[in-house]
Design a protein around this ligand. Sequence first.
Ligand SMILES: NC(=O)c1ccc[n+]([C@@H]2O[C@H](COP(=O)([O-])OP(=O)(O)OC[C@H]3O[C@@H](n4cnc5c(N)ncnc54)[C@H](O)[C@@H]3O)[C@@H](O)[C@H]2O)c1
Length: 332
Amino acid sequence: MTGGAGYIGGHVVRSLLGRGDGVVVVDDLSEGSAARIGAAELVRLDVADPAALGGLTAAMAGADAVVHLAARKQVGESVKRPAWYFQQNVGGVAGVLAAMERAGVGRLVFSSSAAVYGVPAGAGAGGRIAETAPTRPVNPYGETKLAGEWAIRDAATAWGLRAVSLRYFNVAGAGWPDLGDSAALNLIPLVFEALDAGGVPVIFGEDYPTPDGTCVRDYVHVRDVAAAHLAALDRLAAPGPADATALNIGTGVGASVRQVVAAVAQAAGRDVAPTAGSRRPGDPPSLVCDPGLAWRELGWRASAGLPEIVASAWAAWRSAHDAGAPAGGAVA
Ligand SMILES: NC(=O)c1ccc[n+]([C@@H]2O[C@H](COP(=O)([O-])OP(=O)(O)OC[C@H]3O[C@@H](n4cnc5c(N)ncnc54)[C@H](O)[C@@H]3O)[C@@H](O)[C@H]2O)c1
């Protein structure tokens, strides 16, 4: 597995180890932490470095399958450093595919993203996005994820790779308190950070065409996301022709910024009175997936709703911040 030392990867590693699978983690530890991978073996290298191809191939020796999570994932940074994002994220997929072909490993689960959809038509009307929606990313990060999907699809055609690309929506929460997302770059940890600083969270835009005027997103528990990887690996292990499928990974239920702030207030047991800010450019009003294809293809369904997601995230945030220790990992 690549990127196993990160936020989502740590959950996938622990879930795989928990069911008795052997795991080798390839990670450069640029964002993650070795503390997150437990008993799994760590191979420290940059998957996008052509000079690391031999090491990457050796790390895959004897593996049944690869889960490729390692990537740069900050949208704003991708706008400022597009070439680096292509080098890292598309170069990373290319390196992983080359190593898999060399090592004779024929099954791949890839971390894609809802960012491949960009700003879907009808996103303000509460419509849910299916995989058949046009893929029109609006930033370099989303473009690199879509290009990764294309490279994987082409490998399926060229040499028989069997692959599933998982298009995660808004991953949040913590499956274990020590595996939380400690960086305050997503809405939920941003609200936590504001509370800890004694401030109030800002809501960017309250005049969107949504039920309460604030943006709506599909929050999916990271524990459910990890379970989707195990289900995808099982699907790929079953006999079938080479193909490359892309599946939405979300709940199909949207939560507005106001609802998230209310859930945080509930979990933290505090009054939270957000202030109104102006809209941020490029924020679609609503991004909620139709998860039906993943239900049918994987026999997988997200089980946690917003209250459980936020409560688990809060418990992890408290355990990281009250102890005064870094939580190890992850920006989002
Ligand atoms: N967090 C989300 O909400 C979300 C949503 C959609 C997609 N994703 C995707 O899921 C994957 C995992 O995200 P995360 O939230 O766990 O991120 P993260 O930053 O916590 O984890 C990424 C891990 O990959 C490693 N890494 C990055 N580039 C590397 C490279 N070139 N070589 C080796 N290791 C490298 C980092 O050290 C880190 O441990 C990413 O591909 C991301 O794009 C995340």
